[in-house]
Write a protein that binds this ligand. Structure first.
Ligand code: NI
Length: 179
């Protein structure tokens, strides 16, 4: 098990447009995904994108088998490996909700996202993923896939007065400084 260091905002590697994965079901890809899942779970992340550990590939992992302690009031999103994703908004509806990011530790911000999306891509074996989702699931996918085009959630915010420290905004969560 290899836990990777998660890059923080300010690192230029978080600002790149990631390269597509061209080979599936390889030992190298399986090892990378295993390390990403271990890294995400070690910090109770809702998701993790390859660029966050400095890997320049269109690969994200997200979801948990159980309710995530960092987001205790949110529904469970199924554990997913998503490669070379494409997101299509369904309708014009947007919704605001609070997001955090492992690359922006200690903060939460109110971020507008499409309410309902279709997303497609591939799993680690090259099998097609094609899902229509809404709410928190749609939000997580949009957040993680933004990492593949060099976007962190503060750059999606429309009102920066709605950016703050998690421990101040949500004291009941009891999260430490670096969450
Ligand atoms: Ni993030």
């Amino acid at each position: 098990m290899t836990l990777h260091t998660i890059l923080k905002m300010g690192d230029p590697r978080l600002l790149r447009t990631a390269q597509p994965v061209t080979e599936f079901d390889t030992d190298e890809l399986h090892l990378l995904i295993s390390d990403m899942l271990d890294t995400m779970r070690s910090v109770n992340g809702a998701g993790l994108a390859a660029p966050q550990i400095g890997v320049d590939l269109q690969l994200v992992v997200f979801g948990t088998a159980e309710v995530n302690p960092r987001y205790p009031d949110r529904p469970v999103v199924p554990p997913t490996v998503l490669i070379n994703p494409v997101i299509t908004p369904l309708g014009d509806a947007e919704e605001d909700d609070w997001e955090g990011c492992l690359s922006v530790p200690g903060l939460r911000g109110l971020v507008p996202r499409w309410s309902r999306i279709r997303y497609t891509g591939f799993d680690q074996y090259g099998d097609l993923i094609d899902r229509t989702v809404d709410g928190f699931h749609a939000r997580v996918v949009q957040h993680e896939c933004d990492h593949l085009i060099g976007r962190l959630y503060p750059t999606r915010m429309r009102d920066l007065t709605q950016l703050g420290y998690t421990e101040v905004l949500f004291p009941a969560l009891g999260l430490a400084d670096d969450d």
